[in-house]
Design a protein. Structure first.
Length: 185
């Protein structure tokens, strides 16, 4: 399975987030799944790509030319796709993925996640979206989404749009159960 992981390229975040990235990468590699990600060599992006490859896994990086020019591309990806811009990057990542997992992240991560939430709400994708709510990182976002749901701004229930996992094992378990259930329907 191709799992798209949305995560940060920041190198200044707490080490606990790097540990979660490494844990997720280890699970992905052990399962024989392929990582689809933002193609950077730094931050959580670099950590997850290197860890997956160290475990024998396959990595597909998708990165805009502007970030390649800033010399942050991970050129050791098994496949490195260089795009014109961020919009093309997101489209390719979405097209190549069969599941999405978001680690704690910033504006870029939220941009990518909200696109998938919108696609799920419009039923333009049926692939699962899991957000790793490590140490309650996404609790404020959950509150906002619940507020939006209560005000009838969400067409689907929050549970239909994404799953908030407290750890990597439950994130992977959700994807597996989701895929199994989808095959039955």
């Amino acid at each position: 399975m191709n799992i798209c992981v949305y995560c940060s390229a920041s190198t200044t975040i707490a080490s606990e987030f790097f540990s979660a990235a490494k844990d997720l990468a280890t699970h992905i590699a052990e399962r024989g799944d392929t990582l689809v990600y933002g193609g950077a060599s730094v931050g959580l992006m670099g950590e997850i790509a290197r860890t997956i490859q160290a475990g024998g896994g396959h990595v597909i990086g998708v990165i805009p030319q502007a970030l390649v020019d800033r010399e942050i591309a991970y050129h050791n990806c098994n496949e490195l796709i260089i795009t014109r811009d961020m919009r093309e990057r997101k489209a390719i990542m979405e097209a190549r993925a069969q599941a999405f997992i978001a680690l704690p992240g910033g504006i870029g991560t939220l941009d990518e996640v909200f696109e998938i939430i919108n696609l799920r709400q419009l039923k333009l994708t049926t692939h699962p979206l899991v957000m790793l709510n490590q140490n309650g990182f996404y609790d404020p976002l959950i509150a906002l989404l619940q507020h939006m749901q209560n005000a009838k701004f969400l067409r689907a229930s929050l549970d239909e749009l994404c799953f908030f996992a407290h750890d990597v094992a439950s994130a992977i378990e959700h994807i597996d159960q989701y895929r199994a259930y989808s095959r039955i329907k």
